[in-house]
Design a binder for this molecule. Sequence first.
Ligand code: HEM
Length: 125
Amino acid sequence: MSERVSSLYERIGETAILQLVDHFYRGIAEDELLRKMYPEDLEPAKNRLKLFLIQVLGGPRTYTDKRGHPMLRRRHFQWKIGEKEATHWLRHMHKALQQSEMADKEKDDFWQYIYPSALHMINKT
Ligand code: HEM
């Protein structure tokens, strides 16, 4: 019998990833600092983040099929992201995780991935 390490995508499950992004975007919609950076219609943006997270956590690569190579840091250059913006962003992700039905281990592992990723997006002092 062969053994393999299952991806975070498999462990979390697609439904929980989709719910996480729905919760996250509810926070963005009410954030005075961040809301103005986002397009008026949040639905397509929500879908982009869903597809990206599905892919990066080890699921189907639909994000790249639709959007090309992520190059996330470069894509974020069009917004001024400082420590303050990253902190707001992470706060919404943290709240979304708290509301999620994901098991604690998966929440921790997801946080270990998303926290440094958000700091990496900082592009202004
Ligand atoms: C640090 C604070 C961050 C801010 C202020 C921020 C802000 C934004 C904004 C305003 C958009 C445009 C929404 C859209 O039209 O899709 C966006 C897109 C996106 N963000 Fe972020 N973001 C941050 C961090 C992150 C992180 C940590 C990730 C993932 C690890 C991420 C993943 C994405 C993705 C996948 C898109 C869509 C890119 C595309 O396909 O065009 N963002 N972000």
